[in-house]
Design a protein around this ligand. Structure first.
Ligand SMILES: [Zn+2]
Length: 90
């Protein structure tokens, strides 16, 4: 029954990630750094305290609108792979 416990834990973890990912815009007010993010869907600049945020594979992304977030969420790789000039070094 060890597998079931792991699965439940993973499900809980995933649920929390989804919650915090989608609810990230409610967490503003912490710190006052003026960071800018680039919306990977439409390439618009998004202020750190505006728009909608989510974390994908350990990277934070921000989106100007909820529909951009939804598009990214549906197919993240599509929007990440289009930037061929930018290579992440691990
Ligand atoms: Zn956008």
């Amino acid at each position: 029954m060890e597998g079931l416990g792991t699965l439940l834990l993973f499900a809980l973890f995933f649920y929390l990630m989804m919650r915090f990912g989608c609810g990230a815009h409610m967490m503003h007010g912490h710190g006052s750094k003026k960071e800018k993010y680039i919306d990977p869907v439409c390439d618009m600049e998004v202020d750190a305290d505006k728009g909608y945020g989510m974390v994908h594979q350990g990277e934070s992304y921000r989106f100007c609108t909820r529909s951009c977030l939804a598009k990214f969420d549906a197919d993240p790789d599509h929007f990440l792979n289009k930037k061929e000039g930018e290579h992440h070094e691990m």
